[in-house]
Design a protein around this ligand. Sequence first.
Ligand SMILES: [Zn+2]
Length: 428
Amino acid sequence: MDICLRGGRVIDPARGMDAEADVLLKDGVVAKVGKGIDEGPGVRVVDARGCWVVPGLIDLHTHLREPGQEYKEDIATGTRAAAAGGYTAVCAMPNTVPPNDNRAVSELMVRRAAEVGVVRVYPVGAISKGLKGESLAEMGELRDAGCVAVSDDGHSVMNAELMRRAMEYARTFGLTIVQHCEDMTLSAGGAMNEGLVSTRAGIRAQPAAAESTMVARDIELCALTGARYHVAHVSSAESVRLIREAKARGLPVTCEVTPHHLTLTDEACARYDTSAKCNPPLRAAADVEALRAALADGTIDAVATDHAPHSAVEKEVEFEQAAFGMIGLETAVPLVLELVRAGRLSPADFVTRLSAGPARVFGLPGGSLADGAPADITVVDPDAAWTCESQTLRSRSHNSPFFGRPLRGRAALTIVGGCIVYSGERQA
Ligand SMILES: [Zn+2]
């Protein structure tokens, strides 16, 4: 059914728009944006007053866990969590079981997404076979099967020569290399950030330099090869400085940051809360501050969730034994809105970092409400007050440190290709 979103605040930095307007969606595309649109017969009118109407949010970093770990999440539950969080597209990371290092797995993900998914799913293929960092996966085959980027996420590509060749191939195939930056000889199995908190807690820790040394190496390889290179979940002030410098050199380097690295410090691990255990680990306050500044000035191109569902089996254990990662699709919007309310990020930048920015990084469709663009739209109620509770989460896993945190703002409506895939309760 065609839809007219009436009277919302339309924020579309891609076309320089921030104004009250109607948005008419017809035949799965944006037909018209303007004031006082006559929607015509048979069109469903939705009252969007008091809400932001923005191009659909795109997550560059989602672990959907299918195939192989459906007890944590699958494409049906993961895409429903995405829709409830305001996302119209997610990029599915390759550390499934088996890993997405070949055409068969990519095609399975694309097919399952078409069958049971409610948002767009773009697979990310592996850089190396089996994510082992030893020999390259067939990138041409992965691209032809629908992969939009390649990554060994969860692991760093430690071998510099292999990374160089990966970049050369990726460049040939027009794919972005996504690196989980961690010198694993330096992180050495550390379960949290190295600093005062880890010393007090007596937890084995990894220094921030485990990330930034890898960022520095890869930037040099990027200069050598000319490949598009993207730093996943950047977490430290030093990494941000290196990326800012690389961009000033004109290198095709981009990066993303997670909502949790923007809002929590390593203090969240002080009481051995395994839901706050993630990799890269939550850092010190000075790092959080540097990330916020870099998100505002555009050094950081995108917010990405690193949605990493785990069951109680992996999380309700001792801190050092617990799996890394937290869910994030359903809490990203209110957490980033905290920065908007604090005056650290403009509403237009909020939209850019969650939609047009990620679209640009992987060359995906979306990110704008231009006439004829796919009707992927998120209606955000910026003032809705709520708290995250396990019984209302769509995700199959509940590993989040944000339970009980008072949140403000959430998706009111998520539309993919002109179809409503999520509709929340509007606050009075
Ligand atoms: Zn990672």
